[in-house]
Every structure is written in structure tokens, then in C-alpha cells.
Write a protein that binds this ligand. Structure first.
Ligand code: ADP
Ligand code: MG
Length: 697
């Protein structure tokens, strides 16, 4: 039996460990840095580093690494050992404060979007003491932020940390103005629900599309999909349960609050949700979770797929970003309380969020845009590409009454009678969940549901924090000189909600009518990354980031280029993989099968003219025709990929070409391929089928 409380956090240099291992004065100084962002003295860092090293060695570590989150891809790390020669041919294990605080990875291979010239490719990482160091695979991991030698931001963590400062500063100003003078710090909290697929390793190894691109590029539908919903409600299979148990333990060791696990809608799809925590830590933990998910899968001879759309025609995977704001005094600012109609503080924060989502809907859309997520958004499963907000019946009615100056009648909490005596009656959650909304109020937090499963959550969260900070700062300017603050706040709430009500939508986001209605309301419908990202460098967005000191205009431009580049690269890899599969495996396989059928037909004929050969001949004709088309489409795709390279000096034009031309041909090629699969003997078909992959575990 595992003792969870003992296991939990055993590989983390957390607060408790620090208290035990650091001299009191050092601990206090470090704590001040963590809580108030006070600069850390090198003498303090030396003591911390030495204690960290001793602890890490006890956990079996020989190396340390500065762990960071570059602008594309997953996390990055470079390992250095603790060894240091002592002069007489022996070594001692050493780790200095300087090494803890600052690292210099060779940054030339990380994308910078043209910020750094290659000759000054160096960047450095700086310790982020607000996220605990941890031990994993014999290495001490130190969470860090990453920037260039001249100070430009090259990672996702720095903007996140800055945005957390910004929202804290602005929220505290407002709260102090409202009389809450005891509040000195505000933090945003996040609980990300992570979806994933698990498939058998043996199947995976036979699919070069999964290996190179994370998704299947060919694959005919299985006879059974997700129509029975039986997977969602079904019991977790033994092999999956064993995986989940192992996963939980590994996550707990790293102090990750893995809480909920269950099957998801699609066959072979599952979800894991942690208990929420501070945004910065939640981000690091989510990155770790994704990594550990893959690693633990290997041990079980499984592969964990985190791609947004591994299988066409089957639900893709997303990530729900549950986001809230709370004070150092323990108050959740998004908790409406018992009487939201009288809770002006809550309504003011709500108004700020409504305004933010309305004004920066493009940024929210951009932050979840990726080649992978383009397969989901707007495809009738994830929320649509149109960003809107859902407030629920109760809060929606309250907002309506404020806008229209009518009396608010709470629909109240409906008491549900379960009919079974032993079960206590429960209150029906009045913010009944609208599963189709991309941004839904769920009781005491907002749930941003448009994220793709592989996304680093730092990005949507720094957008959210920054845009809400901006609105709060505008609110403060409007309110600070008011003689009657209560009246001024109420007027501001009414004005804001009235001006921005267009972003609130409580209906079905998948309905055709919503697309029309949203357009009437002037809401954006940005269907793909190239379409969406063009707005990234709109003046209002540059102003937002620059004014709030999240990043400079050059850094934004760099981010914009990087997004486009990586989008094009990804589709390029997919196209090349398809061509490879088509030419080297599918075409020869179908051709061999045709030959076998032809041989059979000829053999039959040779035996006796009376034996019918119509079945073989029909299939031969059909497949031969399709094969011609397949081969033609493959050539077309090859030409398109070559053509795409010509746009290399214009990232937006190139990405658009990949989307509109290359991707479109890929879809056509796939359609022919999948149709051939349905007619080809599985003995000949070179790849495991959807049925085998989705129902094989
Ligand atoms: P559902 O699937 O119904 O949306 P879950 O329980 O799976 O609900 O996920 C809800 C998530 O929201 C959990 O990760 C939870 O910790 C998180 N959450 C709850 N309260 C807050 C909060 N105040 N701030 C951020 N996240 C929160
Ligand atoms: Mg959810």
C-alpha cells in the first residue's frame, strides 16, 4: 500500500523541506523573495543552493538543470553534474548560489523570431523561486525564466510572471479603493483539466504518422466510433486503471495535486484534473504532467497521445483552463456569494472580465490557435472559433436586470429531490453548465475551454491576466476621484455591462444561427491560425502588452513570426509524412492487392470459363481507378510543398498557403486513401486500422 501523504511532494524541495533544512534567517529571506519578489542576496542563494544540493543528492541526484519553457515546443533542459575537481585528482559535489540563480544554456537552437542575431545567440536562465525545485530521474530541476543576453524575453514563463504582478497591482488598488485595505496581494489560480488518448505501443510503432506528427494522416473510420457514449460511462479498463494509478503516484511525488481521473467521450480517451493552484505553479505542473503522462505510458507498453486531433471523426483532446482570482486574505474574487445582486465588488470584477473578453476576444482566440487545435475549434466538438461568454441563468438574469434597470428576481437555487432518503438533498448549481461555451462562468471561476490538449497554459493565462489587469487599471482611473464611491462603482458596472453585453451568449454555440448572430454582434470568427494570428500585432494589442510591460513591440513581433513559422513547419512535416506513406507503403500495398485479385481472376478463368470472376474484377477496377487518383493527388501535394518553400520570406503568406492549399490537398489525398482502405484486405493494408488502435487497449 502506498502512503499517499508520505509520497506526496517527496521529490520536491518545498516549503516544508526548506523550513527543515535552511537556517531560519535564510528561510525568512527566501520567503520574502517568494512572496514579495524582494531581490535575493547572493550569500542567501549560496546557503539555499548548498542545502538544495545535499537534499538532491539524498534523492539520488548527480546533476542539476535549469528547466525552462521556450517559445515553441515543450520544456527544455540541459544537465550539469555537481562534480567539481578538488585538485588532487578527486572530486567533491558542489552547487553554488550563482549556479542556482543563473544559467547560460546555448540558446541558439531556440526560436527567437529574429530577435537575436545568431552571433549573439546566448541567452540566460534565471531561477524562479516562486516555483519549487524538484528531483526527477537523478537530476535536480530548477524552474527558471529564459531571456536573451540583451534582456529580450524568449520564453513563456516571463510574461506569465509579469502578468501576475500586473493583475495583482491593479486588483489591489481597486480593492483598497473599495475599503479592503488589508489586501496586499492578489493571485490568479488555475486548475487545468487535461485530456489525452492512450493506445497500444505496438500499434503506434507501426504508424509513422503518429510518430512524426502525433496524429493519424490516413485512417478509415472504424465500424464503431463514439456514438454509443459507452466509453464515457464505462468502467475504466484494468490496463488503463493500472496506468492511471502509476501516473497519480508519479505526479504526487512531484507535488502535483492530481485529483480526478475518468474516461472521456471518445474510445481510448481519458482525462486528468488536478486541484487548482497558483497560475505559475499550475503551469509548471501541467507541463510536467504532460511529460510524465508520456513516460508512464511507456512503462505500460502504451503511448499517450496529447495531439489535439489524433483521430479524424472522433473527438479531439482539449484542456479546460479553470481560472479565478483570489486575495492574500483568502477571498475568491469571483465568488458571487449568497446575494450577488448586492455584491458590488464581485460585479465590478465581473464587469472587468466581460469587458476584457469582449475587447480582446482576438487575443483569446490567438492564444489557443495552433495547427493541431485548428482541427477542433469550429468542428462541432470543441467550442467554436467564435469567442463568447456564458454566465449561467442566474448571473445572466442579474446582468440583464442591471443593464435594463429592472428588478432582479433570483431564480434561486432549485432544490432537487433525489427521492432517496439516505442521500441529502443537494442544491442544483444555478450556473448550469453550458458545455458548448468557450468561456463559461462555473460558480466561482471562469472556465476557458478552447485550449488544445498540448498547449502550454502559460499563454492563455498571461493573456487573461494582462487583459483583466488593463481593465482594472482603467476602472481605477475612473473611480479614484469619485466622491460617492458606491454610486460611482454601480454606475461603472452598469455602463460596462451595457457596452459589452454583445460578448455574452447563453445559447448553443454549435448552432448554425449563432454564426449569423455573432456576426451581427460584430464578434470575430477566426477559423484558423493564419487568420487569427494576423490580429496579434494589431495596434490595440501591441498597446496592451507594451503599456502593461509584458513585452515590447519587437518581442511581440517575434512571437508572431514564431507562431507562423512553427505552424508552417508542422503542416510541412505532415505533408511530407503523407507523401512518404502514400508512395512507400499505401500505393505498393494496394497495387499488390490488385495483383493478387487479378492473379486469382486469371487462375479461375484458366480453370474454367464458367467460374465467375466478377467480384475480383469489380474490386480491381474500383481500386485501380482510385489508385490513379491517389497517385495524382500525391504528386499534387509534392508540388504544393515545393511551392510553399517559395514563400519563405513572408511567414504569413507561407502559413496561409499551407492552410489553404497544402492542407486542402492533404484532405483530398486522405479521402481517397481512406476509401481505398475500406476496399483493401487488411492483410495488405500497411497500417493498423482505427478499430485496432481505438479499441485495442
Ligand atoms: P468539470 O469537469 O465539471 O469542469 P472538474 O472537477 O473536472 O470539473 O474540474 C474543475 C477544475 O476547476 C479543477 O481542476 C478544480 O481544481 C478547478 N477549480 C476549482 N476552483 C477553482 C478556482 N477558484 N480557481 C481555479 N480553478 C479552480
Ligand atoms: Mg471542465
Amino acid at each position: 500500500m502506498v502512503k499517499v501523504p508520505e509520497l506526496f511532494g517527496c521529490m520536491v524541495f518545498n516549503d516544508q523541506t526548506m523550513q527543515e533544512r535552511l537556517p531560519k534567517a535564510t528561510y525568512r529571506a527566501l520567503k520574502k523573495t517568494i512572496q514579495d519578489g524582494a531581490p535575493l542576496d547572493i550569500s542567501v542563494a549560496n546557503v539555499v543552493a548548498s542545502a538544495m544540493k545535499d537534499w538532491a543528492i539524498e534523492k539520488g541526484c548527480t546533476h542539476y538543470t535549469h528547466w525552462f519553457q521556450p517559445m515553441t515546443g515543450v520544456t527544455a533542459e540541459k544537465h550539469d553534474s555537481f562534480i567539481s575537481p578538488n585538485g588532487d585528482g578527486q572530486i567533491i559535489m558542489e552547487f553554488s548560489g550563482k549556479e542556482l540563480i543563473k544559467g547560460e544554456p546555448d540558446a541558439s537552437s531556440f526560436p527567437s523570431g529574429g530577435i537575436r542575431a545568431t552571433f549573439e545567440a546566448r541567452g540566460y536562465t534565471t531561477w524562479d523561486p516562486t516555483s519549487y525545485a524538484f528531483a526527477k530521474d537523478g537530476t535536480l530541476y530548477i524552474p527558471t525564466a529564459f531571456c536573451s543576453y540583451t534582456g529580450e524575453v524568449l520564453d513563456k514563463k516571463t510574461p506569465l510572471l509579469r502578468s501576475m504582478e500586473r493583475i495583482s497591482t491593479e486588483a489591489v488598488k481597486i480593492l483598497n479603493l473599495l475599503g479592503k485595505t488589508e489586501v496586499t496581494r492578489v493571485t490568479t489560480t488555475v486548475g487545468p483539466e487535461q485530456e489525452y488518448f492512450l493506445i497500444d505501443k505496438e500499434m503506434y510503432d507501426q504508424r509513422e504518422d503518429l510518430i512524426y506528427t502525433g496524429r493519424t494522416l490516413f485512417g478509415a473510420k472504424a465500424p464503431k466510433g463514439q456514438e454509443l457514449d459507452d466509453h464515457y460511462f464505462g468502467a475504466i479498463k484494468t490496463r488503463v486503471a493500472a496506468y492511471m494509478r502509476d501516473l497519480d503516484e508519479e505526479l504526487w511525488k512531484l507535488g502535483i495535486l492530481a485529483k480526478t481521473k475518468h474516461n472521456e467521450v471518445a474510445p481510448s480517451q481519458h482525462e486528468l484534473a488536478p486541484i487548482f493552484t497558483t497560475t505559475n505553479i499550475a503551469t509548471d505542473h501541467n507541463e510536467l504532467t504532460m511529460e510524465i503522462m508520456k513516460k508512464v505510458a511507456e512503462k505500460h507498453n502504451l503511448v499517450c497521445l496529447l495531439h489535439e486531433k489524433p483521430f479524424a471523426g472522433i473527438n479531439g483532446s482539449g484542456k479546460h483552463n479553470n481560472w479565478s482570482i483570489s486575495t492574500n486574505t483568502g477571498e475568491n474574487l469571483l465568488d458571487p456569494g449568497k446575494e450577488p445582486e448586492n455584491n458590488t465588488q464581485f460585479l465590478l470584477f465581473l464587469a472587468a472580465i466581460v469587458k476584457a473578453v469582449h475587447e480582446y476576444q482576438d487575443l483569446l482566440r490567438i492564444t489557443v490557435a495552433s495547427a493541431g487545435n485548428d482541427h477542433r475549434l469550429g468542428a462541432n466538438e470543441a467550442p467554436p472559433a467564435i469567442i463568447s461568454m456564458y454566465l449561467g441563468d442566474d448571473l445572466g438574469a442579474l446582468v440583464d436586470s442591471i443593464i435594463n434597470d429592472t428588478e432582479y428576481v433570483s431564480k434561486g437555487k432549485v432544490k432537487m429531490q433525489t427521492g432517496v432518503d439516505v442521500l441529502p438533498d443537494f442544491k442544483k448549481d444555478t450556473s448550469d453548465r453550458n458545455r458548448t461555451s468557450p468561456f463559461a462562468f462555473t460558480g466561482n471561476k471562469f472556465e476557458f475551454r478552447a485550449l488544445g490538449s498540448s498547449l502550454n497554459i502559460a499563454c492563455p493565462n498571461y493573456m487573461l491576466n494582462t487583459m483583466v489587469a488593463e481593465e482594472l487599471s482603467q476602472f481605477y482611473d475612473e473611480l479614484k476621484d469619485a466622491s460617492d464611491i458606491e454610486a460611482a462603482v454601480k454606475a461603472l458596472i452598469k455602463k460596462t455591462l451595457t457596452e459589452h453585453q454583445a460578448i455574452i451568449f447563453n445559447g448553443d454555440n454549435y448552432a448554425e444561427e449563432w454564426v449569423v448572430e455573432a456576426e451581427k454582434r460584430g464578434l470575430l470568427n477566426l477559423k484558423s491560425l493564419p487568420e487569427a494570428i494576423a490580429h496579434f500585432i494589431d495596434k490595440k494589442n501591441i498597446d496592451l502588452f507594451v503599456k502593461n510591460k509584458i513585452c515590447s513591440e519587437e518581442e511581440l513581433q517575434a512571437r508572431y513570426e514564431i507562431e507562423l513559422e512553427s505552424y508552417s513547419k508542422q503542416i510541412n512535416i505532415e505533408a511530407l509524412t503523407m507523401i512518404d506513406m502514400a508512395k512507400k507503403n499505401i500505393l505498393p500495398a494496394v497495387s499488390s492487392y490488385i495483383r493478387e485479385l487479378t492473379d486469382t481472376a486469371l487462375a479461375k478463368k484458366a480453370l474454367s470459363a464458367a467460374i465467375p470472376t466478377s467480384v475480383e474484377e469489380e474490386i480491381v477496377t474500383s481500386l485501380s481507378n482510385k489508385l490513379v487518383c491517389f497517385s495524382k493527388k500525391t504528386s499534387e501535394l509534392e508540388e504544393a510543398v515545393i511551392k510553399a518553400a517559395e514563400f519563405s520570406n513572408d511567414n504569413l503568406a507561407q502559413a496561409t498557403f499551407f492552410r489553404e492549399t497544402v492542407f486542402a490537398i492533404m484532405q483530398e489525398l486522405r479521402a481517397v486513401g481512406d476509401s481505398m482502405e475500406t476496399e483493401t484486405s487488411s492483410e495488405y493494408w500497411p497500417y493498423p486500422s482505427y478499430g485496432e488502435m481505438l479499441f485495442g487497449v
